[in-house]
Ligand binder design. Structure first.
Ligand SMILES: *Cc1c(COP(=O)(O)O)cnc(C)c1O
Length: 405
């Protein structure tokens, strides 16, 4: 009984109090079970996992258990997983590690034009340092064509990196097909699967990937921890140097509490994947249908079908995304415009520009990303609130009022 009450308080907290949290693509609350699993490793089990006495060995064992849990959710072998500080670091280690290793073979990289900054900015940096990058454009549906990637291949192409699911519009790319093409051409293939792992089935073998990035905090684990899958036989040049941990690719004393939490989060996500993705798809579809039906000139950004279960990204003619977010915040709903990473910048979202929107349209977008704590009532509240806010803002909008009046 007492246990239940404690659980409930933790759960309320992890919902952000009375807030309805609908920004799971930015980050997710730590699952109460994950938090419980981590706790001992801050205090009694504080040992350095690279030491030989019992305390260290216990930490090491917990870490290896977590490695198996992370490997399992992507169908990999535990020995092919290295722990990193998160998605950004995994992307950097994979991309720079590959091209530095292979720079004498070629200097050309292929990527898409809707990558997360962790990939996009890494490519930009490499362009300033002797590498060439082709940014293959997506269509207006936010999807990449595998044949376009194939057409971009050159004799000196050494790496293809394409994200699995997009963080803003949720579109899911044809990774298995691109991976097949990469391998037919003897090119290494990396995917940033930060948004997809734990949301849709991800299997490194089925997807034909050589490297795959994951982040813990997008799947109800703690922040500041992630993993990179590196297929057996793939060799990377280290970009961080130190004590040789994580096969020399990510040296530094292991963050055991975070690793344990990340492992637990993967285990829970894997156990609940089918059920939860079906539930979120249903809630998301209800939201999308209602919003498009109830609001004039409301549109969904990105392909309707090939997208993450919890993702809806709307645009409303004549409305500024920022005003929408602030008004929804007053109504107790946390959502976002483009991506969390660009919300403090004034430039329009690169992803929305890439799918062919005008700058003013790109500024008018609303990303709702649903997650584990969201209920049917939350969806009903969101539908009503969006309608109210859209109506209010349009009454005040010169852009909208001047339309045909
Ligand atoms: C969040 C995110 C990242 C960055 O992960 P961190 O763990 O926050 O560094 C990378 N790629 C994608 C697609 C993301 O959504």
């Amino acid at each position: 009984m007492e246990f239940k009450i404690i659980k409930k308080i933790v759960h309320e907290k992890s919902r952000g109090g009375n807030m309805i949290y609908m920004d799971h693509s930015a980050t997710s609350p730590v699952d109460p079970e994950v938090f419980e699993a981590m706790k001992p490793y801050f205090q009694e089990e504080f040992g350095n996992a690279s030491t030989l006495y019992k305390l260290g060995r216990d930490g090491k064992r917990a870490m290896e258990n977590a490695r198996a849990q992370v490997a399992s959710i992507i169908g990999a072998e535990p020995k092919d997983i290295i722990f990193t500080s998160g998605g950004t670091e995994s992307d950097n280690i994979a991309i720079k590690g590959t091209v530095y290793k292979l720079k004498n073979k070629g200097r050309h990289i292929i990527t898409s034009n809707i990558e997360h900054p962790a990939v996009h900015e890494t490519c930009k940096y490499l362009e300033k340092n002797g590498f060439e990058v082709t940014y293959v454009p997506v269509g207006t549906d936010g999807l990449l064509k595998a044949s376009d990637v194939e057409a971009a291949i050159r004799d000196d192409t050494i790496l293809i990196t394409v994200m699995h699911a997009n963080n803003e519009i949720g579109t899911i790319q044809p990774i298995a097909e691109i991976g097949k093409i990469a391998h037919e051409n003897g090119i290494l293939f990396h995917t940033d699967a930060v948004q997809s792992v734990g949301k849709i089935p991800v299997d490194v073998n089925a997807l034909n990937v050589d490297m795959l990035s994951i982040s813990s905090h997008k799947l109800y684990g703690p922040k500041g921890i992630g993993a990179l899958y590196i297929k057996k036989g793939v060799r990377l040049e280290p970009i961080i140097h130190g004590g040789g941990h994580e096969r020399g690719l990510r040296p530094g004393t292991e963050n055991v509490p975070a690793i344990v939490g990340f492992g637990k989060a993967c285990q829970l996500a894997e156990e609940n994947l089918d059920e939860e993705s079906a539930r979120l798809t249903r809630l998301r579809d209800k939201l999308v249908d209602a919003v498009l039906e109830q609001n004039e000139e409301a549109y969904l950004n990105g392909d309707r079908e090939k997208r993450l279960p919890g993702n809806a990204n709307f645009r409303f003619t004549g409305i500024e995304g920022e005003s929408l977010i602030l008004h929804l915040d007053f109504k107790g709903i946390a959502a976002s415009t483009g991506s969390a990473c660009s919300s403090t910048k004034l430039e329009p979202s690169q992803v929305l520009m890439a799918i062919g929107l005008e700058e003013v349209e790109a500024h008018g977008s609303l990303r709702i990303s649903l997650g584990r704590e969201n209920t049917e009532e939350d969806i009903d509240h969101a539908i009503t609130s969006i309608k109210e806010v859209v109506d209010t803002l349009r009454k005040m909008s010169p852009l909208w009022c001047s339309k045909g009046e």
